[in-house]
Design a protein around this ligand. Structure first.
Ligand SMILES: [Zn+2]
Length: 258
């Protein structure tokens, strides 16, 4: 544990931007800034100065604040190597196997393509923190804009190998709608049913459902369960290739109106 402090900033209709602060060296980063203004206001309120901009993928609602924040603060920008051309003002491109040193803390980089072709995650292992952008959501996963079902299943399987205690900081508050869909896939999943009850109560109080705990996602998120007997049986695909099962569930979600 390095005592990382995380401040969640809701922006646009459902995006989350995160300030990450390492208190010993007094370093601050911002993960996926859609916009500059709310980030600057929050930095001000915390009394923190911005050192790093940390991007998971190139979409504008994750990088839209890069240029203005760098102009204002001189922050150093890190992002995915495979999308370096599409990350505004990137200073250092990162890929799997590399580490991003952040004061006393350190993130391992995971390549998790599928939503976009070069999407990466930042895993701060000792702090049990994962920033995974739009790849894994609570009870859902990102749409496949630039990747195949096989790539996305592989990326999600990589995330699934992390410890249950990992806190999943994803890019959007989509949890309740994702859960409504998940219940159509596995209506009998007791873990999903109880997680959804907690989520509905949290949303009714106007509070965020993010971060979620990876252990809960493993038990309830259909996109992490394409190789599970119970899920396969629930959709009439017992014994099928997990990639085919994942593709089926993903395309059902793409067409879900609920
Ligand atoms: Zn995205």
């Amino acid at each position: 544990m390095t005592g990382l402090q995380i401040v969640q900033i809701p922006v646009l209709s459902d995006n989350y931007v995160y300030l990450v602060h390492e208190p010993r060296d007094r370093l601050t980063g911002v993960v996926d800034p859609s916009l500059a203004e709310p980030v600057l206001e929050t930095l001000d309120r915390q009394g923190w100065k911005l050192d790093y901009i940390i991007n998971t993928h190139h979409h504008w609602d994750h990088t839209g604040g890069n240029v203005a924040l760098k102009a204002e603060t001189g922050a150093f920008i890190v992002g995915p190597q495979a999308e370096a051309q599409r990350i505004p003002l990137i200073d250092r491109a990162l890929k799997e196997g590399e580490r991003f040193r952040f004061g006393q803390a350190e993130a391992q980089i995971l390549d998790i393509p599928g939503h976009t072709s070069g999407h990466i995650a930042y895993w701060f292992e000792p702090d049990d923190v994962l920033f995974c952008g739009d790849t894994l959501f609570s009870l859902g996963c990102g749409r496949l804009f630039e990747g195949t079902p096989a790539q996305m299943w592989n990326s999600l399987s990589k995330i699934r190998r992390l410890p249950d205690s990992t806190r999943v900081y994803c890019g959007h508050e989509y949890t309740e709608a994702n859960g409504r869909f998940a219940l159509t896939v596995e209506p009998e999943n007791a873990d999903l049913i109880s997680m959804m009850a907690r989520i509905r109560a949290t949303r009714a109080r106007g509070q965020p459902t993010v971060p979620s705990r990876l252990g809960d996602e493993k038990a309830a998120n259909p996109f992490l369960r394409a190789d599970k007997r119970e899920l396969q049986a629930a959709i009439g695909m017992a014994g099928s290739d997990p990639v085919a099962v994942f593709a089926r569930v993903r395309s059902q979600k793409d067409n879900f109106r609920g």
